[in-house]
Design a protein around this ligand. Structure first.
Ligand code: SF4
Ligand code: SF4
Length: 442
C-alpha cells in the first residue's frame, strides 16, 4: 500500500480538533509541510508531551507526510518555552538523518499560535488569503498527534486511541491515552470528581471548546481534552449565555471602542475582519450586506469575547449570527486581493498566554497534567459513525458479530469524503444504529 492508502485505511483525521480526513490533505502538492505543535489552548498538555515521548515516531510520520506532498521543507512549530522538547526534537532529527529536510522553529507563547493561518505566517512569512486555506500559499499543516498517527498507519496500525488532557478545578490533572469509544464520564472521573452536579465540562480548550450539554457521550478521534470547572465560574457563565441574550446585550452596550478589531488575529494578519463593524450592524439593524460579508473571515478564536472587549460583550456571536443569515441568503465572501501582509502594529498586539489565562480566571489551574498510564474497563464502547469532516460512515458490522480490536466497524461511503472507524477493543456488536456501533467488550 502507498502511504496515502495506509493513512486512508487507518482512518487518520486532523487530531487538533478539526477532524479533516488526512489522506485527502496529503493528496495535495505543497512547497512546505508544517507541524502544528503550538498547542495554544490554555491548560491542554497533549502535544507537548507526545513530542517528548514519541519524538522519533512523530518525526518519521511528519517527514513521510512531507515527502508525500512533495515538500521542499518540513518545518515544526513548537513554542520556545518548551525548551527541552525542542532540544530533544533537534537531537532526534539529526540522529534520524533528517536535518536536511526537517527543522524546528520556535513559536512565541501567544494565543492563537496554533491557528493554522498564524502558524503559516510564523513559519514561512506567508499570509493565507482571506477566506483561504494554507495550500493556497503552498503549505500543508498537520498536528503533532496526526503525525504520530500517520507513522502508526505506515506500520499498519489504525487510529483506535486518543490522547486527552483532563484538567481544571479538580483534585487530579492528568493526560491519558484512552480507547476511542470509551464513555466520556469514565474519563472525566479520572479527575477525582465523581458527582458532576456542580460542575460544567468544556469539550476541548477553554477558548474554543463548547460546554458539554450531556456527559453521557463517548470519546471520538476528535476529542483533545476536557476542562472541568464549577458551574459558577465566570468562563462557564460566559460560554453558556444563550444567543438571544447575547444579542440583546450586544445591542445595548457596545461603545465602538474597536478593541475587538484591534486585537483580532485575523485583522492583524491583514484580513478585513472588523468585529466592531459587525456589532454596529447588529445594534442599528443595518442591512449593508457587502460590508457584513466580512463575518466569513472570523476563525472563531474567541479572543474578542473572552479577552479583548472591555465591556464583556459578544462580537464573535454577532459575526456568527450575521454569517448564518448571509449563508441562508446564499451570499458568500469573495476577495479580489491576492496579496496580504500583516498590519505594522501586529507584533505589539499579540496576546501572551499568561495574560490570557489570568483574564480567563484559570491561573490557579494552569498546572502540569502529566501523561499517566490508566486502564479503563467500561462494559461497552460506542463508536460514532461521524467522527470526521464529511459523510458519516456506514456500519461495516452487524449485531451479534464478534470483532477484534483494530477491525473496521465503519466504512466511508463510496466516492465520499470521510475516514474509516475501527474497533478499539475486541467484543461483540450489540447495537448498530443511530449513527453509532456499540460493542460489548470480551
Ligand atoms: S464589542 Fe466591545 S471591544 Fe468591540 S467595539 Fe464594542 S465595546 Fe469595543
Ligand atoms: S473570534 Fe473575534 S477575535 Fe477571533 S477571529 Fe473572530 S472576530 Fe477575530
Amino acid at each position: 500500500m502507498s502511504l496515502l492508502e495506509e493513512v486512508k485505511w487507518a482512518g487518520v483525521i486532523g487530531a487538533g480538533g478539526a477532524g479533516f480526513p488526512t489522506h485527502v490533505k496529503l493528496e495535495a502538492k505543497a512547497e512546505y509541510i508544517l507541524l502544528n505543535g503550538a498547542e495554544c489552548e490554555p491548560l491542554l498538555r497533549v502535544d507537548q508531551q507526545l513530542m517528548a515521548l514519541y519524538s522519533d515516531e512523530i518525526i518519521r510520520g511528519f517527514a513521510a507526510a512531507g515527502r508525500q506532498v512533495g515538500a521542499q521543507k518540513a518545518l515544526m512549530g513548537i513554542k520556545g518555552k518548551h525548551r527541552e522538547v525542542i532540544r530533544q526534537m533537534r537531537e532526534r532529527i539529526a540522529a534520524l538523518g533528517q536535518e536536511e529536510f526537517v527543522s524546528v522553529k520556535e513559536l512565541p507563547d501567544v494565543y492563537p499560535a496554533g491557528d493554522e493561518q498564524f502558524l503559516v505566517h510564523a513559519l514561512t512569512g506567508r499570509v493565507v488569503p482571506e477566506a483561504g486555506i494554507p495550500i493556497q500559499v503552498g503549505c500543508v499543516v498537520v498536528n503533532s498527534e496526526t503525525a504520530l498517527n500517520i507513522y502508526h498507519a505506515s506500520q499498519g496500525k489504525p487510529v483506535t486511541e486518543k490522547y486527552l488532557t483532563v484538567t481544571g478545578d479538580v483534585p487530579r490533572r492528568l493526560t491519558v491515552k484512552v480507547p476511542v469509544g470509551t464513555p466520556i464520564l469514565d474519563v472525566l472521573r479520572l479527575s477525582g470528581i465523581e458527582d458532576f452536579e456542580e460542575y460544567a465540562v468544556i469539550d476541548g480548550g477553554p477558548m474554543m471548546g463548547p460546554v458539554l450539554q450531556n456527559l453521557n457521550g463517548f470519546i471520538t478521534k476528535k476529542n483533545k481534552g476536557f476542562v472541568i470547572l464549577k458551574k459558577k465560574h465566570p468562563l462557564i457563565r460566559k460560554k453558556t449565555v444563550k444567543p438571544e441574550q447575547a444579542k440583546r446585550i450586544n445591542r445595548s452596550s457596545c461603545e465602538q471602542c474597536r478593541m475587538c478589531t484591534d486585537l483580532c488575529p485575523r485583522y492583524l494578519l491583514g484580513h478585513n475582519m472588523q468585529p466592531h463593524k459587525m456589532m454596529r450592524s447588529v445594534a442599528y439593524s443595518l442591512e449593508n450586506t457587502e460590508e457584513q460579508k466580512m463575518a466569513f473571515l472570523c476563525c472563531q478564536c474567541n479572543l474578542c469575547e473572552l479577552f479583548s472587549c472591555p465591556a464583556g460583550l459578544y462580537p464573535k456571536a454577532a459575526n456568527l449570527s450575521i454569517k448564518q443569515r448571509l449563508i441562508e441568503q446564499k451570499i458568500r465572501y469573495q476577495t479580489e486581493k491576492t496579496e496580504f501582509s500583516p498590519r505594522t502594529v501586529r507584533e505589539h498586539r499579540l496576546i501572551p498566554s499568561k495574560r490570557l489565562i489570568a483574564r480567563l480566571g484559570l491561573h490557579d489551574f494552569d498546572q502540569p497534567a502529566p501523561m499517566t498510564a490508566i486502564a479503563l474497563h467500561p462494559a461497552q464502547f460506542s463508536f460514532s459513525m461521524s467522527q470526521h469532516v464529511g459523510a458519516p460512515c456506514t456500519p461495516a458490522v452487524t449485531v451479534g458479530q464478534h470483532v477484534q480490536a483494530g477491525e473496521p466497524v465503519g466504512q466511508v461511503p463510496q466516492s465520499s469524503l470521510g475516514a474509516a472507524v475501527h474497533a478499539s477493543i475486541s467484543g461483540t456488536v450489540t447495537e448498530c444504529q443511530s449513527g453509532a456501533v456499540v460493542i460489548k467488550g470480551d
